[in-house]
Design a protein around this ligand. Structure first.
Ligand SMILES: [Cu+2]
Length: 508
């Protein structure tokens, strides 16, 4: 009985703390500000007489947790708007200027939505840099609140990583200079200030980084940006009646989701492609929603890259799942499409994410290279002992790593520069089963050595910086930092990160 009561208390607490259920909105559609409640009020709510609850109320509470395995469905894209393509930005005299700013965006026709963006009103450019090149990211904060610039997936000294320690006050400018030390990949950047990451990303702060190298130049892959090589940033949002973002109103402590999908900031997008092989670089830039991408006709596509680099060989598959923070590059062959049947990227529930329009005039004959990379997990790495153990646990506001919540003044681990260590991460199930946590480490690309003792699937046999760990799973990673400094590791469900599912490793 005692444990049952505990489960119940957990549920009630979650329902109170979480903004997940619709019942947390009042009749005007305004969400209650739980954060303004006094401790006494909270205690009063927790002390409610549960025995008088109706079955419906009980069911609602269960939905708080269940909604993460069966979340609010996405609306189909009507395909009425051509997809926006972010501008490419390359260094000029070694310098890349990036400004975080406020703006308004016409997401819905005739309506201005207040948004954030980099060098624009929503999202940011694609910064294109080359391996071996020394670059300076000149970061400027034109917001009216502090922010940071975090380079997700970039092998960069800790002082330039843009974690919560590297706050840039409004009006401030800072140069981040480093030498690009990794191979061809699709990375990204977003803010990381403590307590405001989730909201700033939600309002639109995110951009991509393309790294090119000598190997990738020699390969036969579609690489004409905006012609046969596209980036797709997937973000679900919940708009209020005025078609604005009201993050605080829709905030869910277990991950904020919405019913409206934006791809590259475009509502109801379609993408016009040639009758040819096309490369799609997918980023899950959502706060919490995961996507299983499929083609609506059930046909195969080929995966060519993971988060941090090319796979060794193109991998044929029918679906690929990306949790928040993860990327993949895929090749879709439109050459066999007759142009009459509808073709679209859909999710697991068959919601239309991105319909394609075929331009019959556009063709190429790119034969995809069979060998793309020389990634390997070595025997030595497989045989290394586990030297760092992490346990992810809890839900809502009570998420922890090794029983602790984030403390900016506490270093959780130390690791020697250039030395590979095995990190073993266990996602401990909770009373409700638990959630998948996308686990991300800053400042490095790691290798997945095993998942539950087994070799990872081929689609994960490549450089990674974020790995989805399901409830009950144990994942072993080979982790090496090439630079020194303090780096974050955390769950990339941004609300879990905000709630303290984050720690720090000092590389010395
Ligand atoms: Cu999480």
């Amino acid at each position: 009985m005692k444990s049952k009561l505990w489960i119940f208390t957990l549920l009630v607490t979650a329902a109170i703390i979480s903004g997940c259920s619709e019942s947390s909105s009042d009749s005007n559609g305004n969400a209650m500000e739980h954060s303004n409640m006094t401790e006494e009020e909270m205690a009063d709510m927790e002390g409610m007489d549960h025995s008088k609850m109706t079955e419906e109320e009980m069911a609602n509470m269960e939905n708080v947790h269940a909604s993460h395995t069966n979340p609010l469905p996405l609306n189909d894209s009507t395909g009425e708007n051509e997809l926006a393509l972010p501008p490419l930005l390359e260094p000029k005299n070694g310098i890349v200027d990036i400004t975080a700013q406020k703006g308004t965006s016409e997401i819905f026709e005739g309506v201005q939505t207040e948004t954030y963006g980099y060098n624009g009103s929503y999202l940011g450019p694609i910064i294109r840099i080359k391996e071996g090149e020394t670059v300076t990211f000149r970061t400027n904060n034109k917001l009216s609140e502090p922010t940071t610039f975090h380079w997700h997936g970039v092998d960069i000294p800790g002082e330039g990583d843009g974690g919560p320690h590297q706050i840039l006050e409004p009006g401030a400018t800072e140069d981040v200079k480093f030498t690009v030390n990794q191979g061809a990949s699709t990375l990204w950047f977003h803010p990381h200030p403590e307590g405001a990451t989730a909201e700033q990303v939600y309002k639109g702060l995110a951009g991509l980084i393309y790294i090119e190298d000598e190997n990738s130049k020699k390969l036969s892959l579609p690489n004409e940006y905006g012609v046969n090589d596209f980036s797709l940033v997937f973000q679900d949002r919940q708009f209020n009646e005025e078609k604005q973002f009201d993050y605080q109103a829709v905030l869910n402590e277990d991950g904020t989701i919405g019913d409206t999908l934006l791809v590259n900031g475009t509502l109801n997008p379609k993408l016009t492609v040639g009758k040819e092989k096309v490369r799609l670089r997918l980023l899950n830039g959502s706060n919490a929603r995961e996507y299983t991408f499929k083609l609506n006709n059930g046909e195969e596509f080929q995966q060519i890259a993971t988060d941090g680099g090319l796979l060794n060989e193109p991998q044929s598959m029918k679906e690929i799942t990306l949790t928040p923070g993860e990327r993949a590059e895929i090749i879709v062959d439109f050459s066999k499409n007759d142009g009459k049947s509808e073709i679209a990227l859909v999710n697991k529930e068959d919601a239309i994410l991105l319909p394609f329009k075929i331009d019959e005039e556009r063709t190429n004959s790119v034969e995809i290279s069979n060998t793309l990379n020389d990634y390997a997990v070595t025997e030595e790495e497989i045989n290394l002992p586990v030297t760092k153990k992490l346990e992810l646990y809890g839900m809502g506001a009570a998420v922890t790593i090794n029983g602790k919540q984030f403390d900016m003044n506490r270093i959780d681990f130390k690791q020697k520069q250039s030395e590979t260590e095995i990190w073993e991460i266990f996602n401990k199930p909770d009373a409700m089963g638990g959630m998948t946590h996308p686990f991300h480490i800053h400042g490095t690309q790691f290798k997945i050595v095993s998942i539950d003792g087994k070799e990872p699937p081929v689609s994960l046999q490549g450089w990674k910086d974020t790995v989805a760990i399901e409830a009950g799973q144990t994942v072993k990673l080979a982790v090496k930092f090439n630079n020194k400094g303090i780096y974050m590791f955390h769950c990339h469900v941004l609300e879990h990160e905000e709630n303290g599912m984050m720690g720090q490793v000092e590389v010395f």
